[in-house]
Design a protein around this ligand. Structure first.
Ligand SMILES: [Mg+2]
Length: 183
């Protein structure tokens, strides 16, 4: 597989096992658990589902989601890496600080004006081209983001929720597999 200068990651469901943390405020604000899906810009999801974004951010607990097994060790070994996430900026930055993670770029929803995330400005801020990077994510929206900018995409296959979405060599079964993609 191609070697890349840098890896860019989605955060929720890719590096951290945050489904329960993300669901909890929605449920506490009156939604049914089976109405909730993942990967949307948080502002758009709240608007569509009639949830007050400020209350959601207040109720979202940035202290509970843990990295997937192996993810913490791997990001600490990466030279150049970044985050490109639809997560709310306040929640996302608090979570990175708690984890002690320091990606060279961390782009969250307010960096995109509350609209869907895009990889192009993140790659540009890194001084790289799309062919230099790979994006790692857990949803079809993430895959579409990579296709839109023309970079390679890999699935966080260590998240059981990705099973059924994709098969083949781009589905990585452990975070350690990422280390072979860079260098
Ligand atoms: Mg995700």
């Amino acid at each position: 597989m191609a070697r890349h200068v840098a890896l860019i990651f989605d955060l929720d469901g890719t590096l951290i096992d945050s489904d329960d943390a993300l669901i909890d405020p929605f449920v506490r604000l009156g939604m049914a658990r089976d109405e909730i899906t993942f990967g949307h810009p948080i502002e758009e999801a709240c608007a569509e589902w009639g949830i007050d974004i400020d209350r959601y951010i207040e109720l979202y607990d940035t202290a509970v989601a843990l990295p997937f097994e192996g993810a913490d060790e791997v990001v600490r070994q990466l030279g150049r890496w970044a985050i490109c996430s639809n997560k709310h900026t306040i929640s996302g930055r608090e979570e990175l600080a708690r984890l002690g993670w320091a990606p060279e770029q961390a782009w969250f929803s307010s960096d995109f004006g509350g609209a869907a995330k895009r990889l192009a400005p993140v790659i540009e801020a890194m001084g790289l081209d799309a062919t230099d990077v790979a994006y790692v994510g857990d949803t079809e929206h993430d895959q579409a983001c990579a296709e839109a900018v023309g970079c390679e995409f890999y699935w966080a296959g260590w998240n059981p929720r990705t099973r059924g979405l994709a098969t083949g060599p781009r589905v990585l079964d452990t975070p350690e597999r990422l280390l072979a993609l860079v260098g």
